[in-house]
Design a protein around this ligand. Structure first.
Ligand code: GDP
Length: 317
C-alpha cells in the first residue's frame, strides 16, 4: 500500500543544502504542505528538535540534514563529521517517533560500503569489510542512521526507511575547493583556468578512481518515489549507472567549460575509494529510473555556478 503525500505536512530537514533544496523543489508539484525550519533550529540540540516537532507535528520527514563535504573536508573535520551527523540523526529520528510522524526517509551515502566491496555494490555489502579511511567518519554516522531506522521499526513500529545515494551533483552544490566534492571542484578549476588563460588545471590524485554520478533532481524524485512506494527495513541504493574515471570526468568538465589546456595530476592528494558503483537494481525493479543524462546535468550545474558566481561555501547540509 502506498503512502499518500496529499494534504500531508512534510518536513524537509536540511532544506538549504543541495539535497534538501532539490527535495523542496520536487515537492512543489505535490499537493502537500512543505515545512522547513529556519537557521535558529540547531538539529544537534535535542530539546530544540523535540520542541520543534511537538509544535509542527510533521506527518512525513525527509532527513536530508547532514554535515557533508568531500575527501579533504572529511579528513580535516573528523569530529564534526561524526558528532554532528550522529546527533542530527538521533535527534530527528527520536523526535519523529515522539511526534508520531507516520513516515521518515533517512538519507545516507554510498561511502557506507566497504572499500573493497564487489562492484556494483548491492545493499547487502553493508558491514562486510573495512571502510575507506578518507571518509570513515561520515560513513560510520550514516551506518548508524540506517540502523536507527531499523531499530525504531523493530522496537516502536515506526515506518522509517533509508536511501543510499551515489555521488551527487547539481544546483546548490558547494564550489569551495577545500571542502567540495570532485565535480564542483573541477567545474570551478576549469572555469578559473580558462578565464586566466592558464595552460593546465590541477586534478587531485591519479585520475584513475571511478565514480558514479547522479543529478540531485533525480535523487529528489527517487526520494519522493520511495516515500510513497517503499516500506521496509533494508536501505535502498539510488544510483544512475553512469560511471567514469576522474580523468574522463575532468575531460568532460573541460569540454563543458571550454577549457582547452592540459590536466595536471597532483599525486600528493588522495585517490580515496578506487571505485563506487552502486547496484540499484532493487530500486529499478520497483519501477524508478533516473532521467538526467550526465553531460546535460553538468552543463546545467555549470550554468548554476556562473549565476551564483561560485562564491558559496557550504559545509552544512
Ligand atoms: P569521494 O568520492 O568521497 O572520494 O570524494 P570526492 O568527490 O571529494 O573525490 C572523488 C575523487 O576525485 C577522489 O579520487 C579525488 O582525489 C578526486 N579529485 C580530483 N580532483 C579533485 C578536486 O579538485 N576536489 C576533490 N574533492 N576531489 C578531486
Amino acid at each position: 500500500m502506498s503512502f499518500d503525500l496529499s494534504d500531508k505536512r512534510v518536513y524537509v530537514a536540511g532544506h538549504r543544502g543541495m539535497v534538501g533544496s532539490a527535495i523542496v523543489r520536487r515537492l512543489a508539484s505535490e499537493s502537500c504542505e512543505v515545512l522547513t525550519a529556519d537557521r535558529s533550529l540547531d538539529l544537534r540540540d535535542q530539546r530544540a528538535v523535540n520542541d520543534w516537532f511537538a509544535q509542527e507535528r510533521p506527518d512525513a520527514v525527509f532527513m536530508a540534514a547532514a554535515r557533508v563535504g568531500g575527501i579533504a573536508a572529511n579528513d580535516a573535520y573528523p569530529a564534526q563529521f561524526l558528532y554532528d551527523n550522529l546527533m542530527i540523526e538521533a535527534n530527528v529520528v527520536e523526535a519523529a517517533r515522539r511526534a508520531a510522524t507516520a513516515k521518515l526517509l533517512m538519507l545516507g551515502s554510498s561511502c557506507i560500503y566497504p572499500r573493497e566491496a564487489n562492484q556494483p555494490i548491492s545493499e547487502d555489502a553493508l558491514l562486510t569489510g573495512p571502510l575507506e579511511a578518507t571518509n570513515q567518519w561520515y560513513a560510520i554516522a550514516k551506518i548508524a542512521g540506517i540502523r536507527l531506522c531499523q531499530a525504531y521499526r523493530i522496537e516502536h513500529g515506526c515506518d522509517f526507511i533509508s536511501a543510499m545515494p551515489t555521488n551527487l551533483y547539481g544546483p546548490g552544490d558547494n564550489f569551495d575547493l577545500d571542502t567540495s566534492h570532485v565535480l564542483p571542484a573541477l567545474l570551478r578549476k576549469a572555469h578559473e583556468a580558462r578565464e586566466a588563460g592558464e595552460a593546465e588545471m590541477t586534478v587531485w590524485g591519479s585520475g584513475k578512481p571511478r565514480r558514479e554520478l547522479l543529478h540531485v533532481d533525480d535523487l529528489a524524485d527517487a526520494c519522493v518515489f520511495l516515500m510513497r512506494e517503499y516500506s521496509g527495513a533494508e536501505h535502498v541504493n539510488v544510483g544512475s549507472g553512469e560511471e567514469l574515471t576522474i580523468t574522463e570526468l575532468a575531460q568532460l568538465v573541460a569540454r563543458t567549460v571550454g577549457f582547452e589546456g592540459r590536466l595536471a595530476f597532483d599525486s600528493s592528494r588522495p585517490d580515496g575509494t578506487p571505485r563506487k558503483l552502486l547496484d540499484s537494481s532493487r530500486l529499478k525493479a520497483m519501477g524508478w529510473r533516473p532521467s538526467i543524462p550526465l553531460a546535460e546535468g553538468i552543463a546545467a550545474t555549470y550554468r548554476d555556478f556562473l549565476s551564483e558566481g561560485g562564491r558559496r561555501v557550504r559545509l552544512d547540509g
